[in-house]
Design a protein around this ligand. Structure first.
Ligand code: CLF
Ligand code: SF4
Length: 480
């Protein structure tokens, strides 16, 4: 049979970005959250300057950071705007690939307008090469749009969990509005109205809006498709569906009342269902309100206030270095847009999901035992695309854990997290985990160390075609 030659790049996660007008492409090209490709190279940082919040979400315990962008159970040290600027300068000098500064908590940035805008004002003056970004629950958004635009904030995230106040009343017990606490359906109605109005106002002014939605099984799972459709219609740029984290030890209402978390498969299924209507973000790591580094990595401990005080920072020199590093990365990203591998598989070939261990740079460059998470890619007859990431409990090799019972329980967790993946690509993997992965139906592969991820995934997919493995389903394969 003559096989069609397909261009793999025609099916990558950033397809929608490639179609954008040049001005918008330029806005997202170095934003690690707004572009999946950029997140392999560019870093972000958050400064925790906004402690107060004006609503209550049932998945949040206010002892901890805002769960609308962060993982619950995390406490960030609150900084003054002046301290925040010092920290931003230090990080910008030490991590030149840091391109974006976001304010995402630990409460709601727009419920702390003085602290938030004072920080933005100082940063606009002192670190003009850094993009500014903000994430909000949306209650105060319409009143803040003018001020956000004054600070040239091009990227705003609104957490929108529903459009129906009856669903909202199950997520938000109260809001604080016009100096009063309002409860129930009326509270949710006001919040939803403000979020939608804020979204429309931002889109009208050309600001790129990302909508975050927390997926809460049994409450808004079905409804989120409608949310996706409506926010897209109104001009949102990206939709990020995040799984609720409802562990009892975090003391949230949902955690204590036994609300179930979605499985990785449920999350992926909903993202697929929403993707027909809009561009989905699948690489969010639910960062801390003081996160520093590439998404998925946290270098915050390198930049505590005492460490920063001991640093000598020459910002103009740092800016020069940063400009060079950014230029280099953008050139690399541009080159990566061009397909490097031609795929020859029948159109009827089944898709295959592969897990990848990476430390960034878009390469397979991490040892299996050092990975704290795995990225998941899907190869199919149309090419390759990123479909998500899977967090694991602990790296397999951490602290000599890779022996005895501990290794066994870590491997059980890894295999559970990699459900649905048939191949694992990493730079190296030891003999024992190799056997355990193979026994679980996941083929480890260390042959593509230091190769670009998408090219390696396609090469393995092509090999599977050659071996006749793409005509079989996964269960047939295991018994073959
Ligand atoms: Fe921060 Fe959010 Fe800006 Fe990114 S995070 S304020 S848009 S710079 Fe990114 Fe982190 Fe997910 Fe947020 S991975 S939690 S989406
Ligand atoms: Fe918590 Fe954020 Fe909700 Fe406020 S908006 S209650 S900080 S999750």
């Amino acid at each position: 049979m003559k096989l069609p030659v397909l261009e793999p790049a025609a099916f990558t996660s950033d397809d929608a970005v490639k179609e954008l007008p040049e001005a918008i492409r330029a806005k997202v090209a170095n934003h690690p959250c707004f572009s999946e490709k950029a997140h392999h190279y560019f870093a972000r940082m958050h400064v925790a300057v906004a402690p107060a919040c004006n609503i209550q979400c049932n998945y949040c315990n206010r002892k901890y950071d805002c769960s609308n962008e962060s993982r619950p159970g995390v406490v960030s040290e609150v900084l003054s705007p002046a301290q925040a600027v010092q920290k931003v300068k230090a990080v910008a000098a030490e991590i030149p690939q840091m391109s974006v500064l976001g304010i995402a908590g630990p409460g709601d940035p727009l419920a702390n307008p003085e602290r938030t805008f004072d920080t933005f004002r100082r940063l606009t003056e002192e670190t003009p090469d850094i993009k500014l970004c903000v994430s909000t629950n949306g209650l105060n958004l319409p009143d803040s749009v003018e001020e956000l635009c004054k600070h040239n904030i091009d990227h705003v995230t609104i957490t929108i969990n529903c459009l129906d106040p009856k669903i909202g009343a199950r997520i938000y017990p109260w809001i604080f509005w016009n100096h009063q606490r309002i409860r129930g359906v009326e509270a949710a109605r006001i919040l939803i109205e403000q979020q939608q109005k804020g979204l429309e106002m931002l889109v009208e002014r050309g600001v790129l809006v990302k909508v975050n939605s927390v997926l809460i099984p049994g409450i808004n799972d079905q409804h989120l498709k409608e949310v996706s459709r409506v926010v897209k219609e109104k001009g949102a740029f990206l939709h990020n569906v995040m799984p609720i984290i409802a562990e009892p030890q975090h003391g949230t209402y949902f955690g204590l009342t036994g609300q179930r978390e979605p499985t990785a498969a449920e999350l992926q299924e909903l993202q697929e269902a929403c993707a027909g209507d809009m561009n989905m973000m699948r690489h969010c790591r639910q960062c801390r309100a003081d996160a520093v580094g590439l998404l998925g990595e946290d270098r915050g401990q390198e930049f505590t206030l005492d460490k920063i005080a001991a640093m000598e920072i020459d910002y103009p020199a740092a800016m020069h270095k940063r400009a060079e590093v950014h230029k280099e990365i953008l050139e690399k990203l541009d080159a990566a847009d061009k397909p490097a591998v031609s795929l020859q598989v029948p159109e009827s070939s089944r898709p295959v999901q592969m897990a990848v261990a990476t430390k960034g740079q878009g390469l397979i460059n991490q040892h299996f035992g050092h990975a704290t998470e795995f990225l998941v890619y899907e190869a199919g007859p149309l090419g390759v695309r990123f479909v998500g990431h899977r967090q694991i409990e602990r790296p397999y090799c951490e602290g000599g854990a890779s022996c005895g019972e501990d290794a066994e329980s870590l491997m059980i967790n890894i295999v559970e997290q990699l459900e649905g993946c048939e191949v694992l690509l990493c730079s190296k993997v030891g003999f024992e985990p190799w056997s355990a992965l193979e026994a679980a139906g996941i083929q480890p592969n260390g042959e593509h160390a230091l190769e670009p991820i998408e090219e390696a995934v396609l090469a393995v997919y092509q090999q599977m075609q050659t071996k006749g493995q793409l005509n079989l389903n996964a269960a047939d394969l295991q018994s073959a």
